[in-house]
Each structure stands twice: as C-alpha cells, then as structure tokens.
Design a protein around this ligand. Sequence first.
Ligand code: 2M8
Ligand code: MG
Ligand code: MG
Length: 269
Amino acid sequence: TLVFTDMDGTLLDHHTYSFDAARPALTALKEKNIPVIPCTSKTYAEMVELRNYIGLTGPFIVENGAAAFVPHGVLSQKPVGAIWQDGFWCQSFTSPKAHWLKLLEMIKPEFDGEFTHFSEMSIDAIVQATGLDEASAARAAQRQYGEPVMWLGDEKRKAAFLSAVKARGAQPLEGGRFIHVSGDCDKGAALRWLVQAFSRQSEAAPRAIALGDGKNDIAMLEAADIAVIIKSPNHPPPEVKKEKALYTSTLPGPEGWTEMLTKLLSLKN
Ligand code: 2M8
Ligand code: MG
Ligand code: MG
C-alpha cells in the first residue's frame, strides 16, 4: 500500500497548517512501513522543509503533479527520463514556469485588475494571502513549473478566465486559495507514474490510497484504488467520478485524515 496525500486542508489544517491531529495515523503507518507520499500544490523548496518537519522520508510530488522527487535508495533502478538533483531522482511532467508567465502576460489586458499572481506579489503579500510565516511564504514563491493566480474578480469572470487560459494551452487547477496555471499535468498522472515505478520492483502492483480536499485533487482521487475526500471547512467537496472505493471523512483536515486511515487500514490508536 502507498498513501498519497494532499497537504493543505488534508494532512495540514487549512488555517493553521498544523498536522498534530494526523500524528497518531502517521505513527501507525510508519510502524507498518506504509509510505506517506505528499502530492501537493506546494513547491520543491516548501516540501524539502515540510517533509523533514513532518518526518517523512519517501517520495513526494510537487506543484500539482508537475514533478515527482524520489530519494536515493527507494527505487531499485533509475526511473527512465529522470534527472539526478540534490539527492533525488526528479521526473518533471510539464514546461518551466516562464512559459506560463508569458501566457498570463498575454491575457492580462483582457482581465484588467481582476487577478494578481505570485511573481507580482511581494513576500509580504503572499504572507497576507496565505497566513504562512515569512520564510514559508518565500519558499512558496520559489515556483519551478507553474504560477498561482489570486483571483480578485467575481465568480462569473473567473469562469471566463479559466476558459481563456485553457484556450491558450494551460491547465488551470484550483487549490484551496489559488488558481494554479501550469501545463498538462495533474496529481493523478503523477500518482500513476510513481505507482508504476514501484510496480517494476515488486510482483504485485501496490495499492494506492489517496486523500484530498480540493478540485486539484480530483485527478489523484480518481486515479487511486481507494479515494478519500477530506471534508473542508470552507468549500464544497470536489466532484469525484468514481464508482467504488470512494469515501468522505466526517471530520476536516488532519482530524479527517486520522479518522479515515484508521478505519481503512484498521490502524490502532
Ligand atoms: C498554494 O497552494 C494552496 C493549496 O491548496 C492553494 O492553492 O490554495 C501554494 O502557493 C502553496 O505553495 C502554498 O504553500 C499554499 C499556502 O496556502 O498556497
Ligand atoms: Mg488541499
Ligand atoms: Mg493542495
């Protein structure tokens, strides 16, 4: 079994970013040697820090499926096409950020004053928008593959914006706070890539459990064998199309994370 998890609003509390309530399940999973694999909108810089802080040692997926990082020693062979970077095999699935920034520049006149985005925001403005501390906000600003857009206009115009970026070849994905503009990648494709890499070194393909709370988690939840929607305190649940093995937590964020993994894996706590 592999556990793929979103971060904000799932393993971490949407407002406080605390993972305290997930500790019991994290400990039980560690005892069972079940890897917990973050699959997040966060950047490489954020995840290098966060995984240490949480105590995770396995692979992780950044920027909504834009790239997967696998630490040395996890896979018995080098993944085809991956590059070696700071002690990880890095497999990227989309173009660098510069491409998507150009696209945003192009459509700016059409949506005058209706959005801003990370490259235009100061670290202080990112602190204000996210509630992250300054150092974390600076790491969130280090995007490699895509650009978070902060929507300032109304909902109807937001739909027009989403269509406009799609028409120009981007795939916008909505997180808890931002619209992430990047290429044809998503958390689901990255999950499948990693499951396949693990399959190559064992007889049976591993079973993937995925947990997430947002629209940007839909592809990941649909790609997993078992999907868990984590209840959000501030937005409706994502519309996941899955015939079976789809569960929804009754508790939000890390409380719901422990609730559901304890049930599904019969963990003791
Ligand atoms: C952004 O990601 C969240 C995830 O749902 C969002 O879109 O609301 C990213 O900028 C990420 O890097 C950052 O850590 C997070 C902080 O809330 O916001
Ligand atoms: Mg989330
Ligand atoms: Mg997320």
